[in-house]
Design a binder for this molecule. Structure first.
Ligand code: KIV
Length: 254
């Protein structure tokens, strides 16, 4: 088992909540590193918070590589995860080549927005020993209308599908399941039924960790989601704001 897999397993064994925060550059990377944030995610949310678009739909693999390489310069303590952007995992070979490019830039684990059609792609990545995070629930890369931005798993059929997908991902050998805007009760069912870390955003507290977009918790995003909180409001520095978010996550009992 490689060291990333071991570290991820240890969070579950020690019931240690995982703090994950997005980052796109070296200045914030250093702050997150010094605060010993567990996982730093170079998210394709950079489409919105860096490029000023309204979606992630125009983010390219070259942009992900560039921002990953900036963040990587500060990486000493954290696990670095990076998104595979839209159109970068159309088939197994393309997914393999693109994920290798991210790993060559010091990324430890790649994240992709999972649909059932991606099973063979994940199989290939796992066979090639590439650590993978499967993202389910709200999938921004295929969200085209306002109605897609909602909580997933309220209805029985969607709930069953999410639980089945999380189990499929575990079976396929991924290292983390990330839930975005999943109904809190479904989050609990998923966390209770699989043996790999489940990290949530807007999905309640019944999981093994929380992820947030850095600029949302600093209150500087243009259009922050309802579930995010501005931690800078009650802090005297960026660093203390992030520390307060981290302390909140570490105290969650689950
Ligand atoms: O790109 C991103 O920032 C993400 C988080 C919302 C989980 O995928």
């Amino acid at each position: 088992m490689n060291s990333i897999k071991k570290k991820l397993k240890s969070y579950l064994r020690d019931k240690n909540q995982i703090v994950c925060i997005t980052c796109y550059d070296a200045s914030f990377g250093k702050i997150l590193n010094d605060l010993r944030i567990d996982i730093v995610l170079v998210g394709d949310s950079l489409g919105m918070v860096i490029k000023g678009d309204t979606t992630t739909h125009n983010v390219t693999i070259d942009e992900m590589i560039y921002h990953s390489s900036c963040v990587a310069k500060t990486k000493q303590n954290f696990i670095m995860m990076a998104d595979m952007p839209i159109n970068s995992y159309e088939d197994s070979d393309i997914a393999y080549l693109n994920s290798r490019k991210l790993l060559d830039n010091n990324v430890d684990i790649i994240k992709l927005e999972y649909q059932d059609k991606h099973q063979s792609i994940i199989k290939k990545l796992v066979e090639e020993n590439i650590p993978v995070c499967g993202h389910i629930g709200l999938l921004p890369q295929i969200a085209f209308e306002k109605k897609d931005l909602r909580i997933y798993g309220r209805e029985a059929e969607e709930r069953d599908k999410l639980i089945r997908q999380a189990k499929d991902l575990e079976e396929l050998g991924v290292d983390i399941v990330l839930l975005e805007c999943v109904h809190a009760e479904v989050t609990k069912e998923i966390t209770d039924s699989i043996n790999i870390p489940v990290i949530g955003i807007g999905s309640g507290e019944s999981c093994n960790g929380q992820v947030q977009v850095l600029y949302d918790i600093l209150g500087i995003s243009n259009n922050p989601p309802k579930f995010s909180k501005n931690y800078l409001k009650d802090a005297d520095s960026v660093s203390n704001a992030i520390k307060n978010f981290s302390n909140y996550v570490k105290k969650i009992k689950y």
